[in-house]
Design a protein around this ligand. Sequence first.
Ligand code: BYC
Ligand code: FE
Ligand code: FE
Length: 475
Amino acid sequence: MTSSRPKIDFDAKIPNNVDLASDRKLQRALERWQPNFLDWWGDMGPAVDTKDVYLRTAVDVGREGWAHFDHVPMNEYRWGVFLSEHDPDRKIAFGEHKGEPVWQEVPGEYRADLQRLIVIQGDTEPASVEQQRFLGATAPSLYDMRNLFQVNVEEGRHLWAMVYLLHAYFGRAGREEADQLLARNSGSDDSPRILGAFNEETPDWLSFYMFTYFTDRDGKYQLGTLKESGFDPLSRTCEFMLKEEAHHMFVGTTGIDRVVTRTAQLMNEHDSEDVAGAGGIPLDMIQKYINFHYTVSLDLFGNESSTNAANYFTAGLKGRWQEERRKDDHVLTDDAGAVDAVRDGQITTTEVPALLALNQDLRSEYIGDCSNGLKRWNRILEKHGIDARLSLPHVGFNRQVGAFAGQRISPEGKMISEDEWQRNEGRWLPTEVDKTHVRGLMHPVLEPGKIASWIAPPTNGINDKPVDFEYVHFN
Ligand code: BYC
Ligand code: FE
Ligand code: FE
């Protein structure tokens, strides 16, 4: 297999490895969008004033050594367009075009569907930056503040990735959609973001870790399916985004590790479950935050039975998680699958053509991955001699999309009455009291190596730097 790795042009106004310089019209269009992006970043991006931040920037898209680390003023960060290596022999791996060469241009009959997928993906990226805008002001350490800003600049770059595709392949309609990506805003009444989870608040750092654990992980799985796409530029874009995504989930996983660790220490120190008075976050509150962020993220997978998903797959636009490792015909026209359903007041399943069941298929992969975090956090509790355990609620709990929408289901998976729901909701989902407690703990800790009371320090620094490294400088 031959493959070529186009070099990144860092002298260009927009760093890129797509040879932007050879397409003046496209280059000019993107250069016209760039100041709008920077205005948006100024208005909606990180609200904390810093001198510079220890950030990684992409310098090469290959497996080894793609990142360069340095202190960079945030507004001088080089957002660019980076596609992973080009494989000239790549074939479509699934659907009715299986075995045909991948497309370098958009097939006319799939234009609308592809554009929609790219717009939905693109909409989530700036949304998360908006949601996290004020977190810098209460960072529990410089290390955490740096990680927040790293995630933010990369989500900004993911927006660039989708805007490049819209400008390069979707003409005037694409340019208009690119403008709209900056016009919608998270939580806005008149022009909200497209998907539900991206209009929720991320008002505190526990929510931030939960978001990067559960919601960025939806990103991992959705990008994984778009990486399989027969539209090669989308595939290559997503492949590189996935490399950046790993760090976002690391921030979530280790962030929750550290919260659970601190809570366990305080429980032991005070010989009590109620660590709120001691400046910690009680386990039952952590559980409620898990319940909330997990279930709004489950909604991002759409309906269990979906003709959209079937059409995307058959057309070769969106594959399955690790499509090429699946041991079936990759066409699925003769297969059946089971999807969740509620019938006669009972939680059950319905048999449907496998093509219709693809959203649930992806969601199952996601759930399996989510449960790894729970194992980690429970091991931390075990190590501290604590008997209580954290868990993922039932897939039907607190759902707004799909088979369970409008049903009342307990975290244990029991169908319950509205009355029982009302009586217990405050035990299952964060209440105003919980949120106020968590928010009350959020004070900035800006001294290198120091850490807030409610969270344990990280075990390692970034890029082999010590934990007490000055990850952020202030003016
Ligand atoms: N909210 O057939 P269905 C990330 C709509 S996260 C609102 O089930 P489908 C990131 C749906 O659009 C990854 N609307 O839908 C993470 C459809 O509308 P139309 C983001 C919803 O298409 C952290 C209708 O209901 N990327 O990257 O199979 C930080 C029928 O539904 C929702 C993607 O999602 C909802 N939750 O599935 C930063 C990938 N769910 O067409 C970034 C691209 C469904 O009838 N998107 N609807 O008007 C997709 O693949 C699909 O659109 C979805 C929905 C999986 C989202
Ligand atoms: Fe992203
Ligand atoms: Fe992310």
